[in-house]
Every structure is written in C-alpha cells, then in structure tokens.
Design a protein around this ligand. Structure first.
Ligand code: G
Ligand code: G
Ligand code: NA
Ligand code: MN
Length: 259
C-alpha cells in the first residue's frame, strides 16, 4: 500500500511532528504537571492523516518501534529546550506513548536511557504511557524493561485503563505508577445516565489508592466533568477543557506566561 510506504519514508526522514497536551492537577488551580507527546503526520499530498489511521497502520507494519523512538527523541529535545529557556517554569516531565510492541524490542531500556541522556535529561524526566491495542504476549520481558526504567527514575502510566487490552491483569503483571481513566468513562460523567461512568471512575480511583498509584482522567471537555473528576478523587486531568495538543512553540509561550 502506498500509505504504508509513505509512512515508512516519513519515519526515515523524521518528518512526523510531535504536539503536546498538558496534564494538569485536578481541581480549580490546574497547574501543569506534565505534557503528553502525541504524534502527527502531515502527508505531502493528502494533508493531515489522523493518528487513528496511521498508528494502527504502523502497528500492522512493524513501524511502531521507529515511531515511538522518533517521538521520544523529539520530546526529550523539546523538554531540554523548555528547561533551558524557562528554568523552573518548565514541566516536571514529558509523557511518551509506548506500544507494547516497542516494549518487547530487545535492548529498549538501554536505548531509552541513551536518548534521554543525549538530550541532557534523566529518566526521572520521563513518563512512559503504555498504550495497548493487542494482547501483551511477552509480559516477562515487558516487566523487566519497565522495572529497569523505573529503577532509573522513570514513571509508568497505563493508558486507556479499563478498555480494550488495558485490563486489570496489567496490574498484576507490570510495575506501574499511574492509571489513566479512559476518555469513554469521563465523557459520560455528566450525561443523563452517569451512574455507570461514575461507578467505574470511583472504582479505578479506589483501586489506584489501594495500590499506591496515581490517577489521571483523560478527555475532560467541560467544567462540569472537571468538577466531578476532582470530586471522585482523580489526581490529575487532561482534555480539551484545559488545552488541545500544542506545538512546542505554543507550549513555550503558554509556560512563559506563567500558568
Ligand atoms: O490525539 P490523538 O489523535 O493523538 O491520538 C490517537 C491515538 O494515537 C491515541 O491512541 C494515541 O495514544 C496514539 N498515539 C499518538 N501518538 C503516539 C505515539 O507516539 N506512539 C503511539 N504508540 N501511539 C500514539
Ligand atoms: O489513547 P490516548 O489517550 O493517548 O489518546 C489521546 C487522544 O485523545 C489524542 O487523539 C487527543 O487528541 C485526544 N484527546 C485529548 N483530549 C481530548 C478531549 O478532551 N476530548 C476528545 N474527544 N479527545 C481528546
Ligand atoms: Na496516551
Ligand atoms: Mn489515553
């Protein structure tokens, strides 16, 4: 397929863009605690291709490790630049998505450490979001990689928790620090029948607390949802209410304004 060849070429040429969505403390003040790096592809002829299209395409064609590695490199470079220009106003961490396919690639922990150090950063500057669209086969290998990265100071979040393959069994098998409450639950928190979504969110928060983990609510779009998310005890939140994904330059301007 033509699109696959173009994606492969974009990866070789490093022409995929990275945008950043702020993660803020839950509650009124909303200080930015982290920025999630999200990949964007502007096709030379087709224009913007949705990640909903090209991420699965990458997964089906063994291109995800290259995609994740590219985003990691750009995100580390951008965080180092924000630090240099903003000092204490820079965010504590950047969050980078990692598919489980990337996680099981041999030597991953060492390569991540090398990228981080080449940018003048430390592993503690990094949060790894485990993003799953297929069943995780080699859990022992994933566990080892995550343990090594966490020993170095990186934190680990389970993305889209409670949906698809991001299941409860992850918590038994993998060492993690945060659970991200999936957008599909947050969307319904203030709907006519919010009972189920609220119950699920409360249960995820209770589970996280029992395990000593943090929670991040995804896809917060309204002030009403933000209030419920804080009331139910989520530690942090992310969504269009606070900010759409921003370019690195927009992040710099936002942070320089001191919010
Ligand atoms: O905003 P958004 O449309 O970026 O994301 C759509 C999907 O693509 C989400 O599931 C998101 O996690 C995924 N995605 C975005 N960037 C990356 C990336 O760098 N690596 C991986 N593996 N997935 C990503
Ligand atoms: O799978 P992951 O959670 O990484 O996906 C992130 C995706 O969610 C990105 O495509 C991002 O643009 C999108 N997103 C972020 N905030 C919101 C929001 O408030 N509402 C909706 N509908 N999508 C959001
Ligand atoms: Na994510
Ligand atoms: Mn998510």
């Amino acid at each position: 397929l033509r699109l696959v060849a173009d994606l492969r070429q974009a990866l070789v040429q490093r022409s995929l863009d990275v945008v950043y969505q702020p993660v803020v403390m839950a509650g009124p003040a909303g200080r930015i605690v982290s920025l999630e790096a999200l990949c964007r592809w502007r096709h030379p002829e087709l224009g913007p291709v949705s990640p909903g299209v090209f991420v699965p395409l990458a997964e089906q064609n063994n291109l995800v490790p290259a995609l994740d590695a590219h985003v990691l490199e750009v995100a580390c470079r951008d965080l180092a630049a924000w630090r240099a220009q903003l000092g204490d106003l820079a965010p504590a961490t950047v969050a980078v998505n990692l598919s489980a396919v990337s996680l099981t690639a041999p030597g991953l922990a060492g390569r991540i450490r090398a990228v981080v150090e080449a940018a003048g950063l430390q592993l503690s500057d990094l949060c790894l979001e485990i993003t799953e669209t297929a069943v995780l086969t080699d859990t022992a290998a994933c566990r080892e990689v995550l343990e090594e990265l966490r020993r170095g100071g990186a934190s680990v979040a389970v993305d889209d928790f409670g949906t698809g393959y991001s299941s409860l069994s992850y918590l038994r098998e993998l060492p993690v620090d945060h659970l991200k409450v999936d957008r599909s639950f947050v969307k319904d928190l203030c709907s006519a029948d919010a009972r189920t979504a609220r119950a699920v969110t409360s249960a995820v928060v209770a589970l996280a607390r029992a395990l000593g983990l943090g929670t991040i609510a995804e896809g917060v779009e309204t002030a009403a949802q933000a209030a419920v998310v804080a009331e139910l005890g989520c530690d942090a939140a992310q969504g269009f209410l606070y900010s759409r994904p921003l370019t690195a330059e927009q992040v710099l301007a936002l942070l320089a304004s001191g919010v």
